[in-house]
Design a protein around this ligand. Structure first.
Ligand code: PLP
Length: 216
């Protein structure tokens, strides 16, 4: 199947209100262009340097999503153009994003990454920590806007476990979005688990291998 066909079949499955982030990490710019020519604009990368190299060669109306762990000293490279940072996992990172956003005279949209995996969860914040940051950040960091949550399920064949983890994230999302009109994005679901994520209320899925083929 071609990238075009893969995108078409995904777009047929996904409800209209769900944003598809095409995860292009490790894939060449030609593959991104192929998706772009089908009208696709949202692309996800997990490494700053790779995003940098691709963004400079590709059309400027692409919306770049940083989905992987982000180091503070790398924020400055993507701050001029990044569309959404999915992986904010500390106040110190948010502080640096605010600083670089200010320098670029913009407001950068961010998601808080929540630790939902019952196993192998290296990154992400605890719910309580996220709630605290959410209630305090607006005055401190006026150049960032937290627009929702991101989570990654455990890498497992156990669908019930994945569902349980997504349900936890959705519950946290619903609680935090109360009285926050800008809090609208729930980023959960990848190639293997996006159907469960959709059933559990995701409105942004990050899909790589189903579109571009498996990675080495
Ligand atoms: C790689 C990656 C994805 C996409 O993975 P696929 O299984 O190829 O769909 C989604 N989210 C994050 C954070 C990733 O690193």
């Amino acid at each position: 199947m071609s990238i075009r066909e893969n995108l078409q079949s995904l777009n047929q499955i996904l409800p209209g209100e769900v944003t598809l982030v095409a995860v292009s990490k490790t894939k060449p710019t030609e593959d991104i262009l192929e998706a772009y020519e089908c009208g696709h604009r949202d692309f996800g990368e997990n490494r700053v340097q790779e995003m940098e190299e691709k963004a400079k060669d590709l059309p400027s109306d692409i919306r770049w999503h940083l989905i992987g762990h982000l180091q503070r000293n790398k924020v400055k490279y993507i701050a001029p153009y990044v569309s959404l940072i999915h992986s904010v996992d500390s106040e110190s990172l948010l502080k640096e994003i605010n600083k670089q956003a200010k320098r670029n005279e913009r407001i950068i949209d961010c998601l808080l990454q929540i630790k939902i995996a019952e196993e192998d969860s290296k990154f992400g914040m605890e719910e309580a920590e996220a709630e605290k940051l959410l209630s305090e950040y607006a005055d401190k960091f006026p150049h960032v806007r937290i627009t929702g949550l991101m989570g990654m399920g455990t890498f497992t064949d156990d669908a019930a476990q994945t569902r349980r983890e997504f349900q936890r994230l959705k519950k946290a999302f619903d609680k935090m979005k109360k009285d926050r009109p800008e809090f609208t994005v729930l980023s959960m679901g990848m190639s293997d688990d996006y159907p469960i994520a959709l059933e559990e209320g995701s409105n942004m899925v990050r899909v790589g291998s189903l579109i571009f083929g498996s990675r080495n």
